[in-house]
Design a protein around this ligand. Structure first.
Ligand code: 5GP
Length: 114
C-alpha cells in the first residue's frame, strides 16, 4: 500500500501496489506496518480485509505518530510511539531515499525540496 508518493505528507489517497495472490479466508492475518500516522492506510486495509473473511486480523507497527491521527485504528503490537516528526531509515523512505539507513532519523526541514 502507499499513500505518500514523493512527499512527506500523506496524500490521503491509499493505493494498493501489490494485492494478495491467494485467499485468506479462515486464516489469521497479521499486518506488519512500518508506521501508523493518520491511520488511513491501516483503516483502508482493515476494511478491505474484512471482505475476504479471515479468521482474525491484527496489526503490528514499529512506530505510531498519534498527533496526526485522523482515524482511530487498533494497533495490537506496537514498538514505539513518536512525536510528530517525519522519520526515515530502517526501511522508511523519503521519495525512495534513506530506506537503507540502519537507524531511525528525523528529517529536518522536511518541507523543503530534497
Ligand atoms: P497513514 O496512512 O497512517 O497516514 O500512513 C502510513 C504510511 O505513511 C506508512 O506506512 C509510511 O509509508 C508513511 N509514513 C507516515 N509517516 C511517515 C514518516 O514519518 N516517515 C516515512 N518515511 N513514512 C511515513
Amino acid at each position: 500500500m502507499r499513500s505518500y508518493g514523493e512527499g512527506t505528507q500523506s496524500t490521503g489517497v491509499v493505493q494498493i501496489t501489490h494485492d494478495l495472490g491467494r485467499s485468506v479466508e479462515d486464516e489469521d492475518v497479521l499486518f506488519v506496518e512500518d508506521i501508523v500516522d493518520t491511520g488511513l492506510t491501516i483503516a483502508h486495509l482493515l476494511d478491505l480485509m474484512r471482505t475476504r473473511r479471515p479468521a482474525s486480523v491484527k496489526v503490528c507497527a514499529l512506530l505510531h505518530k498519534p498527533a496526526r491521527r485522523r482515524i482511530e485504528v487498533p494497533i495490537d503490537y506496537l514498538g514505539f510511539t513518536i512525536e510528530d516528526k517525519f522519520v526515515v531509515g530502517y526501511g522508511l523512505d523519503w521519495g525512495e531515499r534513506y530506506r537503507e539507513v540502519p537507524y531511525i532519523g528525523v528529517v529536518e526541514h522536511a518541507d523543503l525540496a530534497h
